[in-house]
Design a protein around this ligand. Sequence first.
Ligand code: FES
Length: 328
Amino acid sequence: MSTLHDKSWFDATVVATTMVAEEIKRIELAVPFDVSCKAGEHIDVLLPGAERQLKRSYSIVDADRQAGTVALSVFRTPNSRGGSIMMHTLVPDSRLRVSSPQQDFPLRIGARRYVLLAGGIGITAILSMADTLRRVGANYHLIYVGRHRAAMAYLDRVIADHGEKATIYVDAENKPLNVKQLVAEIDSDTELYMCGPIRLMDAVRRTWHDTDLDITNLRFETFGNSGWFEPEPFTVTVPRLGLTTQVEQDESLLEALERAGADMMFDCRKGECGLCQVKILSLQGRIDHRDVFFSEAQKNEELPATLCCCVSRVSGTDLSPNIELDIP
Ligand code: FES
Protein backbone atom coordinates (compact mmCIF):
# COMPACT_ATOMS: atom_id res chain seq x y z
CA MET A 1 0.00 0.00 0.00
CA SER A 2 1.31 3.45 -0.80
CA THR A 3 0.08 6.97 -0.28
CA LEU A 4 0.43 10.29 -1.97
CA HIS A 5 2.74 11.31 0.83
CA ASP A 6 5.39 8.59 0.66
CA LYS A 7 6.83 9.52 -2.73
CA SER A 8 9.80 11.87 -3.05
CA TRP A 9 8.67 15.15 -4.50
CA PHE A 10 10.94 17.77 -6.06
CA ASP A 11 10.55 21.43 -6.93
CA ALA A 12 10.40 22.05 -10.66
CA THR A 13 10.30 25.34 -12.53
CA VAL A 14 8.52 25.94 -15.80
CA VAL A 15 11.00 27.20 -18.40
CA ALA A 16 8.75 27.31 -21.47
CA THR A 17 5.20 26.61 -22.58
CA THR A 18 3.83 26.24 -26.11
CA MET A 19 0.51 25.19 -27.58
CA VAL A 20 1.25 22.16 -29.74
CA ALA A 21 -2.34 21.44 -30.85
CA GLU A 22 -5.88 22.51 -30.01
CA GLU A 23 -6.16 22.35 -26.21
CA ILE A 24 -2.74 20.72 -25.84
CA LYS A 25 0.01 22.64 -24.12
CA ARG A 26 3.63 21.56 -24.02
CA ILE A 27 5.24 22.42 -20.68
CA GLU A 28 9.01 22.28 -20.27
CA LEU A 29 10.27 21.93 -16.72
CA ALA A 30 13.70 22.41 -15.19
CA VAL A 31 14.04 19.57 -12.69
CA PRO A 32 16.68 18.85 -10.03
CA PHE A 33 17.23 15.19 -10.94
CA ASP A 34 19.01 13.28 -13.67
CA VAL A 35 16.88 13.35 -16.81
CA SER A 36 18.33 10.41 -18.71
CA CYS A 37 14.76 9.27 -19.24
CA LYS A 38 13.74 6.08 -20.96
CA ALA A 39 10.90 5.58 -23.42
CA GLY A 40 7.56 5.12 -21.70
CA GLU A 41 8.44 7.00 -18.52
CA HIS A 42 6.18 9.59 -16.94
CA ILE A 43 6.36 11.97 -14.04
CA ASP A 44 3.72 12.63 -11.44
CA VAL A 45 2.77 16.23 -10.76
CA LEU A 46 1.12 17.66 -7.66
CA LEU A 47 -1.33 20.11 -9.13
CA PRO A 48 -0.42 23.71 -8.41
CA GLY A 49 -3.01 25.85 -6.71
CA ALA A 50 -5.33 22.96 -5.87
CA GLU A 51 -7.20 23.28 -2.59
CA ARG A 52 -6.57 19.63 -1.93
CA GLN A 53 -3.58 17.53 -2.90
CA LEU A 54 -4.18 16.16 -6.38
CA LYS A 55 -1.76 14.15 -8.45
CA ARG A 56 -1.71 13.68 -12.18
CA SER A 57 0.64 11.63 -14.36
CA TYR A 58 2.08 12.93 -17.61
CA SER A 59 4.32 11.14 -20.10
CA ILE A 60 7.75 12.58 -20.71
CA VAL A 61 7.74 13.57 -24.36
CA ASP A 62 11.33 14.82 -24.44
CA ALA A 63 14.18 15.02 -21.97
CA ASP A 64 17.24 17.24 -22.38
CA ARG A 65 19.96 15.94 -20.11
CA GLN A 66 22.32 18.86 -20.69
CA ALA A 67 19.69 21.46 -19.93
CA GLY A 68 18.18 19.39 -17.12
CA THR A 69 14.68 19.70 -18.55
CA VAL A 70 11.77 17.42 -19.31
CA ALA A 71 8.79 18.24 -21.52
CA LEU A 72 5.21 17.15 -20.81
CA SER A 73 2.10 17.82 -22.84
CA VAL A 74 -1.27 18.41 -21.23
CA PHE A 75 -4.67 18.12 -22.90
CA ARG A 76 -7.26 20.50 -21.48
CA THR A 77 -10.11 18.09 -20.79
CA PRO A 78 -13.57 19.27 -21.79
CA ASN A 79 -15.50 20.39 -18.71
CA SER A 80 -12.38 20.26 -16.54
CA ARG A 81 -12.63 22.47 -13.50
CA GLY A 82 -9.33 21.49 -12.07
CA GLY A 83 -6.41 19.34 -13.17
CA SER A 84 -5.78 20.16 -16.77
CA ILE A 85 -7.00 23.75 -16.43
CA MET A 86 -4.47 24.34 -13.64
CA MET A 87 -1.72 22.89 -15.78
CA HIS A 88 -2.76 25.19 -18.63
CA THR A 89 -2.32 28.25 -16.39
CA LEU A 90 1.41 27.53 -15.98
CA VAL A 91 3.77 30.12 -17.45
CA PRO A 92 7.57 30.43 -17.40
CA ASP A 93 8.85 30.67 -13.80
CA SER A 94 5.76 28.92 -12.38
CA ARG A 95 6.78 26.33 -9.84
CA LEU A 96 5.30 22.94 -9.05
CA ARG A 97 6.14 19.70 -7.28
CA VAL A 98 6.99 16.68 -9.37
CA SER A 99 8.18 13.12 -8.84
CA SER A 100 11.26 11.64 -10.45
CA PRO A 101 10.62 9.69 -13.70
CA GLN A 102 8.40 6.66 -13.13
CA GLN A 103 8.32 3.64 -15.41
CA ASP A 104 5.09 1.69 -15.83
CA PHE A 105 5.19 1.28 -19.60
CA PRO A 106 8.61 -0.12 -20.48
CA LEU A 107 9.63 -0.63 -24.09
CA ARG A 108 11.27 -4.02 -24.55
CA ILE A 109 14.09 -3.75 -27.06
CA GLY A 110 14.72 -6.85 -29.16
CA ALA A 111 11.35 -7.78 -30.68
CA ARG A 112 11.36 -8.66 -34.37
CA ARG A 113 8.66 -6.08 -35.11
CA TYR A 114 6.70 -3.38 -33.27
CA VAL A 115 3.40 -1.66 -33.80
CA LEU A 116 2.95 1.58 -31.87
CA LEU A 117 -0.61 2.86 -31.67
CA ALA A 118 -1.38 6.36 -30.42
CA GLY A 119 -4.85 7.88 -30.14
CA GLY A 120 -5.10 11.62 -29.50
CA ILE A 121 -3.08 12.76 -26.50
CA GLY A 122 -1.77 9.17 -26.26
CA ILE A 123 0.92 10.25 -28.72
CA THR A 124 2.76 11.73 -25.73
CA ALA A 125 3.37 8.24 -24.32
CA ILE A 126 4.15 6.69 -27.69
CA LEU A 127 6.39 9.32 -29.31
CA SER A 128 9.48 8.61 -27.20
CA MET A 129 9.07 4.90 -28.02
CA ALA A 130 8.97 5.64 -31.74
CA ASP A 131 12.04 7.87 -31.43
CA THR A 132 13.89 5.14 -29.53
CA LEU A 133 12.98 2.43 -32.06
CA ARG A 134 14.09 4.67 -34.91
CA ARG A 135 17.38 5.32 -33.14
CA VAL A 136 18.13 1.62 -32.66
CA GLY A 137 17.08 0.75 -36.21
CA ALA A 138 14.15 -1.47 -35.16
CA ASN A 139 11.37 -2.63 -37.47
CA TYR A 140 8.36 -0.59 -36.36
CA HIS A 141 5.11 0.91 -37.59
CA LEU A 142 3.73 3.99 -35.84
CA ILE A 143 -0.03 4.51 -36.14
CA TYR A 144 -1.43 7.86 -35.02
CA VAL A 145 -5.21 8.35 -34.82
CA GLY A 146 -6.93 11.67 -34.20
CA ARG A 147 -10.20 13.57 -34.62
CA HIS A 148 -8.76 16.24 -36.92
CA ARG A 149 -5.24 17.39 -37.72
CA ALA A 150 -5.33 20.58 -35.65
CA ALA A 151 -6.06 18.47 -32.56
CA MET A 152 -3.11 16.13 -33.15
CA ALA A 153 -0.04 17.17 -31.16
CA TYR A 154 3.37 16.59 -32.74
CA LEU A 155 1.81 15.56 -36.05
CA ASP A 156 4.42 17.41 -38.15
CA ARG A 157 7.19 15.86 -36.09
CA VAL A 158 5.72 12.36 -36.50
CA ILE A 159 5.57 12.83 -40.27
CA ALA A 160 9.03 14.42 -40.51
CA ASP A 161 10.83 11.98 -38.23
CA HIS A 162 9.03 8.73 -38.97
CA GLY A 163 8.05 9.21 -42.63
CA GLU A 164 6.79 6.03 -44.23
CA LYS A 165 6.98 4.17 -40.94
CA ALA A 166 4.06 6.30 -39.74
CA THR A 167 0.42 6.02 -40.80
CA ILE A 168 -2.01 8.77 -39.86
CA TYR A 169 -5.75 8.20 -39.46
CA VAL A 170 -7.96 11.28 -39.18
CA ASP A 171 -11.66 10.92 -38.34
CA ALA A 172 -12.56 14.24 -40.02
CA GLU A 173 -11.01 13.01 -43.27
CA ASN A 174 -13.13 9.84 -43.22
CA LYS A 175 -10.06 7.73 -42.72
CA PRO A 176 -10.88 5.67 -39.64
CA LEU A 177 -8.60 3.00 -38.30
CA ASN A 178 -9.87 -0.54 -38.90
CA VAL A 179 -8.97 -2.26 -35.64
CA LYS A 180 -9.84 -5.77 -36.86
CA GLN A 181 -7.57 -5.37 -39.85
CA LEU A 182 -4.81 -3.91 -37.71
CA VAL A 183 -4.84 -6.88 -35.34
CA ALA A 184 -5.24 -9.38 -38.20
CA GLU A 185 -1.97 -8.12 -39.69
CA ILE A 186 -0.03 -8.72 -36.47
CA ASP A 187 2.03 -11.87 -36.20
CA SER A 188 3.35 -13.72 -33.17
CA ASP A 189 6.73 -11.91 -33.31
CA THR A 190 5.19 -8.44 -33.11
CA GLU A 191 4.70 -6.42 -29.95
CA LEU A 192 1.97 -3.78 -29.90
CA TYR A 193 2.25 -0.76 -27.58
CA MET A 194 -0.72 1.58 -27.34
CA CYS A 195 -1.99 4.62 -25.52
CA GLY A 196 -5.22 6.46 -26.28
CA PRO A 197 -8.91 6.77 -25.52
CA ILE A 198 -10.50 3.87 -23.69
CA ARG A 199 -12.79 3.02 -26.64
CA LEU A 200 -9.82 2.55 -28.96
CA MET A 201 -7.81 0.53 -26.46
CA ASP A 202 -10.84 -1.59 -25.54
CA ALA A 203 -11.50 -2.36 -29.20
CA VAL A 204 -7.89 -3.47 -29.69
CA ARG A 205 -7.89 -5.54 -26.51
CA ARG A 206 -11.17 -7.29 -27.37
CA THR A 207 -10.01 -8.06 -30.91
CA TRP A 208 -6.63 -9.26 -29.64
CA HIS A 209 -8.36 -11.60 -27.16
CA ASP A 210 -10.24 -13.21 -30.06
CA THR A 211 -6.97 -14.29 -31.68
CA ASP A 212 -4.23 -16.72 -30.71
CA LEU A 213 -1.79 -13.86 -30.22
CA ASP A 214 0.21 -13.85 -26.99
CA ILE A 215 -1.46 -11.41 -24.59
CA THR A 216 1.94 -10.40 -23.20
CA ASN A 217 2.77 -8.88 -26.61
CA LEU A 218 -0.01 -6.32 -26.12
CA ARG A 219 1.15 -3.50 -23.85
CA PHE A 220 -0.63 -0.32 -23.01
CA GLU A 221 -0.55 2.81 -20.91
CA THR A 222 -3.87 3.87 -19.49
CA PHE A 223 -3.34 6.78 -17.09
CA GLY A 224 -6.97 5.98 -16.27
CA ASN A 225 -7.93 9.33 -17.66
CA SER A 226 -10.51 8.66 -20.32
CA GLY A 227 -13.82 6.97 -19.83
CA TRP A 228 -17.03 6.11 -21.64
CA PHE A 229 -18.85 9.15 -20.30
CA GLU A 230 -17.86 12.70 -19.42
CA PRO A 231 -16.87 12.89 -15.76
CA GLU A 232 -19.50 14.46 -13.54
CA PRO A 233 -19.80 14.94 -9.79
CA PHE A 234 -21.48 12.18 -7.81
CA THR A 235 -22.04 11.28 -4.19
CA VAL A 236 -20.38 8.42 -2.37
CA THR A 237 -21.55 6.97 0.93
CA VAL A 238 -19.76 4.42 3.09
CA PRO A 239 -22.23 3.42 5.84
CA ARG A 240 -19.67 1.34 7.76
CA LEU A 241 -17.45 4.44 8.12
CA GLY A 242 -20.33 6.89 8.56
CA LEU A 243 -18.98 8.81 5.58
CA THR A 244 -20.69 10.71 2.77
CA THR A 245 -18.92 13.03 0.38
CA GLN A 246 -19.17 14.45 -3.10
CA VAL A 247 -16.71 13.23 -5.72
CA GLU A 248 -15.90 16.29 -7.78
CA GLN A 249 -15.67 16.19 -11.52
CA ASP A 250 -11.92 16.63 -11.43
CA GLU A 251 -11.03 14.16 -8.69
CA SER A 252 -11.15 10.40 -8.53
CA LEU A 253 -13.37 8.40 -6.23
CA LEU A 254 -10.22 7.24 -4.48
CA GLU A 255 -9.08 10.83 -3.92
CA ALA A 256 -12.49 11.78 -2.55
CA LEU A 257 -12.51 8.83 -0.15
CA GLU A 258 -8.99 9.70 1.05
CA ARG A 259 -10.02 13.32 1.50
CA ALA A 260 -12.97 12.18 3.59
CA GLY A 261 -10.63 10.21 5.86
CA ALA A 262 -11.02 6.62 4.60
CA ASP A 263 -7.90 4.45 4.87
CA MET A 264 -7.63 3.13 1.33
CA MET A 265 -5.63 0.37 -0.32
CA PHE A 266 -4.10 1.12 -3.71
CA ASP A 267 -0.98 0.81 -5.76
CA CYS A 268 -1.01 1.83 -9.43
CA ARG A 269 -3.78 4.48 -9.23
CA LYS A 270 -4.49 3.93 -12.92
CA GLY A 271 -6.84 0.99 -13.11
CA GLU A 272 -4.38 -1.81 -13.65
CA CYS A 273 -3.62 -3.65 -10.39
CA GLY A 274 -7.08 -4.02 -8.85
CA LEU A 275 -5.81 -3.25 -5.33
CA CYS A 276 -8.20 -0.35 -4.86
CA GLN A 277 -11.36 -2.34 -5.69
CA VAL A 278 -14.26 -1.63 -3.39
CA LYS A 279 -17.55 -3.44 -2.85
CA ILE A 280 -20.70 -1.79 -4.22
CA LEU A 281 -23.75 -1.90 -1.95
CA SER A 282 -26.10 0.17 -4.08
CA LEU A 283 -25.98 2.41 -7.09
CA GLN A 284 -28.00 5.21 -8.63
CA GLY A 285 -26.64 5.85 -12.11
CA ARG A 286 -24.25 3.70 -14.07
CA ILE A 287 -20.66 2.72 -13.48
CA ASP A 288 -18.14 4.15 -15.93
CA HIS A 289 -15.54 1.39 -15.64
CA ARG A 290 -12.24 2.94 -16.66
CA ASP A 291 -9.95 0.16 -15.47
CA VAL A 292 -8.28 -2.62 -17.39
CA PHE A 293 -8.31 -4.95 -14.37
CA PHE A 294 -11.84 -6.39 -14.54
CA SER A 295 -13.03 -8.55 -17.43
CA GLU A 296 -15.66 -7.38 -19.90
CA ALA A 297 -18.12 -9.83 -18.34
CA GLN A 298 -17.56 -8.37 -14.87
CA LYS A 299 -17.96 -4.83 -16.18
CA ASN A 300 -21.17 -5.66 -18.03
CA GLU A 301 -23.02 -7.04 -15.01
CA GLU A 302 -26.16 -5.06 -14.30
CA LEU A 303 -25.00 -4.27 -10.79
CA PRO A 304 -21.27 -4.97 -10.72
CA ALA A 305 -20.06 -6.22 -7.35
CA THR A 306 -16.98 -4.02 -7.26
CA LEU A 307 -15.21 -1.20 -9.03
CA CYS A 308 -11.66 0.14 -9.13
CA CYS A 309 -12.08 3.40 -7.26
CA CYS A 310 -8.83 4.94 -8.52
CA VAL A 311 -10.27 5.48 -12.01
CA SER A 312 -13.89 4.32 -12.31
CA ARG A 313 -16.76 6.71 -11.73
CA VAL A 314 -20.52 6.97 -11.52
CA SER A 315 -22.45 8.94 -14.08
CA GLY A 316 -25.55 9.59 -15.94
CA THR A 317 -29.11 9.55 -14.75
CA ASP A 318 -31.61 12.35 -14.44
CA LEU A 319 -31.39 11.82 -10.70
CA SER A 320 -28.18 12.72 -8.90
CA PRO A 321 -25.76 9.88 -9.39
CA ASN A 322 -24.61 8.24 -6.20
CA ILE A 323 -23.02 5.07 -4.95
CA GLU A 324 -22.92 3.27 -1.63
CA LEU A 325 -19.78 1.28 -0.86
CA ASP A 326 -18.56 -1.08 1.78
CA ILE A 327 -14.98 -0.41 2.85
CA PRO A 328 -13.69 -2.44 5.80
S1 FES B 1 -4.84 1.31 -7.52
FE1 FES B 1 -4.43 -0.14 -9.09
S2 FES B 1 -6.37 -0.44 -10.00
FE2 FES B 1 -6.70 1.14 -8.60
